[in-house]
Design a binder for this molecule. Sequence first.
Ligand SMILES: [Zn+2]
Length: 199
Amino acid sequence: MTLQKDPIERLVKAFGTLPGIGEKSALRLTYHLLRSQPEKGLELSAAISDVLNNVRRCQECQTFTTADLCPICQDESRDKSTICVVEQVQDMLAIERSHFYRGLFHVLHGAISPIDGVGPEALTIDSLIKRLEKGQVSELIIATNTDTGGETTALYIARLAAPYVNKVTRLASGLPRGGYLEYVDSATLGAALKFRHDL
Ligand SMILES: [Zn+2]
């Protein structure tokens, strides 16, 4: 058994696995922590551990939550006949901020991307279809991003969902092509939802 490698190297490597963090940034973060008061680093470490131990996926919509069901899925006043499918939790938060939508969500945790080796089975499409099979959803709004991966995913889901719902819709054009939902302002997002079209 090999001994634990150098702790500094270990942390640099761990930071380097995060999106957008290259080797230089990983080094900068590591040495910043070492120079800071120990409580700051320990608080970060405790927060990470708390999130990883206590946050799980909602059994229905697959968003991150601390209970079996997230607050939106638990909310009796939400319209349970509509599900809005998004790629990431951040997209769901953006739509919530627009205050236009009162239905339920489904978070895919990604989009189909053959180049990156991400197939449909890596997403939460199976659990979405299981929700639709219960027969309570009449409209599925597909709010995946407008880039190639998002469009491919939208068409794939539309085909699978068609037998279970009355209509499958897509957000109206007007959203920036190739854009990411989480960066779209609330008014534009509200309008895109309002003028959604059939797929
Ligand atoms: Zn939920």
